[in-house]
Design a protein around this ligand. Structure first.
Ligand code: PDD
Length: 284
């Protein structure tokens, strides 16, 4: 079946969709994006994804504002046209089309808004049952990783490097500290404490990360946001990642160190189950 995608207010077959070669996304990676998961044909945590999108746009001085109701409507429509029961909606907003110039174009330049869906098994899949393995690599990104831009070349290099080395993903590090995964937040459990790095300008404040913190509190687990070293991670009791596509996915090996004997840990598993349950209870 041909997928229908969204381009500036129009629903078009993916082969027909067109964006200008002068689009700032194409020339300068001048675009922000969101990935919202879909369960039972409905959106997970849509409001918070829109809040983060608005923040990303504000941080980059995008002129025009977005209409959240309109965005909700086309997300829903794409999910329905493409019959997505489980998967994601990818949304991208670029600064728009302008003659190539490093300086931003005038603030009334029309945004380019595109979106498409992907079918994906998010709840039951191989990584949910087996966990993933990660290697650590130097974090060579810029210093505004809190803005969800489409400058994803380095994470893409890191992920490819991980696959080449037989691992599933890469955790990016600075000065011996774990920052985050190539497209997810990194967590460890040590004793009674669950740690994930505090959200500042060097990592993305994951929507799933925030939801998992609440779920952990409800389970009476102790979340202590703090940065942790690669060595601490390698010696953790459990480790996991969070994202809109991974939800809570166990990490069973970091570099050469097996975590929890290479098996999914009980806390991680209960967090995953509790997260999915609350996501299913709060769909939009
Ligand atoms: N990535 N950190 C990075 C660098 C990310 O790219 C992502 C999300 C996250 C987790 O954020 P959230 O919980 O809001 O999905 C953390 C998406 C899924 C992607 O690029 O496909």
């Amino acid at each position: 079946m041909t997928r229908t995608v969204y381009v500036n207010g129009e629903y078009v077959a993916e082969q027909e969709a067109k964006v200008s070669v002068f689009d700032r996304a194409f020339l300068f990676a001048d675009a922000v994006y969101e990935v919202t998961s879909v369960l039972n044909g409905k959106l997970v945590d849509f409001d918070n994804h829109m809040k983060r999108l608005q923040r990303s746009m504000l941080e980059l001085n995008y002129g025009p504002k977005i209409d959240e109701d309109e965005f909700l409507e086309f997300h829903r429509k794409l999910v329905s046209i493409n019959k997505i029961d489980e998967g994601i909606v990818y949304l991208q907003v670029s600064r728009g089309i302008a003659e190539r110039d490093f300086a931003f174009p005038s603030s009334d330049t029309k945004l380019t808004v595109t979106a498409f869906t992907q079918k994906k098994k998010l709840i039951e899949n191989e990584t949910a049952t087996k966990g993933i393995t990660v290697i650590t690599v130097d974090d060579l990104r810029w210093k505004r990783c809190d803005i969800k831009t489409i400058q994803l070349l380095y994470p893409s290099i890191a992920k490819t490097e991980a696959l080449k080395k037989g691992a599933d993903d890469a955790w990016m590090t600075q000065n011996g500290y774990v920052m985050e995964g190539s497209s997810n937040n990194a967590w460890i459990i040590k004793g009674k404490n669950i740690h994930t790095r505090e959200a500042d300008n060097l990592i993305l404040n994951g929507i799933t990360r925030l939801a998992v913190m609440k779920v952990a509190e409800q389970l009476k687990y102790r979340v202590v946001p703090k940065q942790f070293t690669v060595t601490e991670a390698e010696n953790a009791d459990e480790a996991f990642i969070t994202s809109a596509t991974a939800f809570v996915t166990s990490v069973v090996k970091i570099n050469d160190y097996k975590i929890n004997n290479g098996k999914i840990g009980v806390f991680t598993q209960s967090l995953r189950e509790a997260y999915i349950k609350q996501a299913l209870d709060t769909l939009t």
